[in-house]
Design a protein around this ligand. Structure first.
Ligand SMILES: Cc1ncc(C[n+]2csc(CCOP(=O)(O)OP(=O)(O)O)c2C)c(N)n1
Ligand SMILES: [Mg+2]
Length: 550
């Protein structure tokens, strides 16, 4: 049969099981958009291309599928760059289809021409500039394979306008054949035997679980290993929700803004088992120092991660699920009783300061997070922006089920939370989706409230308004003792803004208002904005309350 390039792209999307696209049209991608009219694929029109990439990422994470976004050439393509880099850093499977100027104009600085494959090659898993419509079926199939297999990531396909229009005799693409792309997913038996011996020799082991545990769906195996071998677990920001937050062996998130017990355990451990974690500097600080004190086992699907930031004693290139399953089968016999007792005492004795007594004039974020979690229930999906809001959620929201936390970990991209919550709600309309925001970040993707309105996406926005770029304000107050460009005192009237976009709205400023307000937000159908006034001096780095007994 004869198809145009655009029709072949749509057929490939349908064959890959894609039901929803996020995007923004323009001349260079017009043939694709015209062909889309004849398809049942839903298209969500965002208000900026960056929003399309973030929404596709939220969709991918909520549904555990590959997200797809479509943009035009030039400014459409450059607008999507932050979204691509954000997905790359957090290993999110995305396909980005960009329109390109016609092939005869490429290289002539023609109208809306940009070298997007050149620009994105450092932060795409792979990208393509399509030279003939005939290549499209194969390229589309390869792109989906690359995005989702091994370590997931974004793949960009740049398609010149004339290639989208070119008619050709369509042939089903064959099996994906990529000789240079070798996937190692199984751990070697002798490597697992080494880890078993290391675990049995250790007296103070910990497991550090990263996002790879979630993407390989290894949370059950993680729990089983922790419980049967009695190993305390810490997570990176991307690993949050890999283990229920109330599990007695869970110590919290690592890092400069993580919890005391988690960092303490990392520094005292004699064996650190890194699983699906890339040892980022924000999570692990000085990784080499840790490696000097403890044996390091590093399990990761991406060989490029092994030895990059920490030199492991045992390296296993494998899928986290298969490695954990293999290890469990060897039934390691461990002796960690004293260590677990010590760590449990440390965890119990380092508490947050209590919520201020009486009627407060601002909201205490840890209390807000606890109540939100209790009332929204374990299945709710929670997105964050970046800043103090992200840290309060990471440390205090009670995540109980896997893949319920959607945040920008590696890039720390402000403006991610709002559009990713939209994508999550489109992916899972039956689930409660809460988008916790800071007033600065919220305004970076504010225009996507238009998409929320158009899609009738009932996202519950919880806006922590401290009239500040709070995280930077906190850093400046600690490190520089004076402030520079962190004041947002001329914020818009968020009540009027909510009305303009058809959102329900309430504002609270006292802790005794939280419960009623959250209930009412969750009970009100449709999207909702709950503005919570937060003290600009409220810290994320709380002085921990020590209750050490002897
Ligand atoms: C796109 C982008 N620009 C700048 C930063 C640097 N940055 C990190 S946190 C932060 C402040 C965030 O303010 P807000 O969204 O109000 O959150 P808060 O810390 O007040 O909760 C800034 C500017 C960033 N992470 N991302
Ligand atoms: Mg703020």
């Amino acid at each position: 049969m004869q198809l145009s390039g655009a029709q072949a792209m749509i057929l490939a999307l349908e064959q890959a099981g894609v039901t929803t696209l996020f995007g923004y049209p323009g001349a260079a991608i017009a043939p694709f958009y015209d062909a889309l009219v004849d398809s049942n694929i839903r298209h969500v029109l965002t208000r900026n291309e960056q929003g399309a990439a973030h929404a596709a990422s939220g969709y991918a994470r909520a549904r555990q599928v590959t997200g797809v976004c479509v943009v035009t050439s030039g400014p459409g393509a450059t607008n999507v760059i932050t979204g691509i880099a954000t997905a790359y850093m957090d290993s999110i499977p995305l396909i980005i289809i960009s329109g390109q100027v016609t092939t005869d104009l490429i290289g002539s600085d023609s109208f809306q021409e940009v070298d997007i494959t050149g620009a994105t090659s450092p932060f795409t898993k792979h990208n393509y500039l399509v030279k003939s419509a005939r290549e499209l079926p194969r390229i589309m199939k390869e792109a989906f394979h690359l995005a989702a297999t091994g370590r997931p990531g974004p793949v960009l396909i740049d398609v010149p306008q004339d290639i989208q229009m070119e008619a050709f005799d369509y042939e089903e693409p064959g099996m994906v054949h990529l000789p240079g792309y070798r996937l190692v997913t199984e751990a070697q038996p002798e490597q697992l035997l080494t880890v078993k011996a290391q675990l049995e020799g250790a007296r103070a082991p910990i497991i550090c679980a990263g996002g790879g545990v979630l993407s390989s769906e290894a949370t059950q195996e993680l729990l089983q290993l922790a419980e049967t071998c009695q190993i305390p677990v810490v997570t990176t920001m991307m690993g949050i929700s890999a283990i229920p937050c109330d599990h007695p062996l869970y110590l919290g998130t690592l890092g400069s803004h993580g919890l005391f017990a988690a960092n303490y355990a990392l520094n005292q451990a004699d064996l650190v088992m890194l699983i699906g974690a890339r040892v980022g500097n924000r999570a692990m600080g000085s990784a080499q120092e840790i490696a000097r004190r403890a044996q390091i086992v590093h399990i990761d699907i991406d060989p490029a991660e092994i030895g990059k930031n920490i030199k492991p004693h045992t390296a296993i290139v494998a899928d986290a699920k298969s490695a954990l399953t293999g290890l469990l089968a060897l039934v390691p016999q461990t002796d960690t009783k004293e260590w677990v007792e010590k760590i449990t005492t440390i965890k119990a004795s380092h508490r947050l300061p209590d919520q201020p007594a009486g009627v407060s004039t601002t909201i205490y974020p840890p209390t807000l997070m606890r109540i939100l979690g209790e009332l929204a229930g374990p299945d709710a999906l929670v997105t964050t922006e970046v800043g103090q809001n992200q840290i309060w959620v990471a440390n205090h929201y009670p995540f109980c089920k896997p893949n319920t936390f959607i945040t920008s970990g590696g890039m720390g991209t402000m403006g991610y939370g709002l559009p990713s919550s939209l994508g999550a709600k489109v992916a899972c309309p039956e689930r409660t989706v809460i988008a916790v925001s800071g007033d600065g970040s919220f305004q970076m993707s504010l225009q996507e409230l238009g998409t929320v309105k158009q899609e009738k996406a009932a996202v519950k926005f919880v806006l922590l308004n401290n009239s500040r770029l709070g995280m930077v304000h906190e850093i400046q107050s600690i490190r520089y003792k004076r402030y520079s460009q962190v004041f947002l005192e001329e914020n818009p009237d968020f009540e009027k803004l909510a009305a303009a976009y058809g959102l329900g709205y309430a504002r609270i400023q006292s802790n005794d208002q939280i419960e009623t307000a959250v209930r009412s937000m969750l009970d009100t159908p449709g999207p909702y904005l709950l503005e919570c006034l937060v003290d600009p001096h409220e810290p994320t780095l709380y002085p921990v309350r020590k209750e050490e007994k002897g």
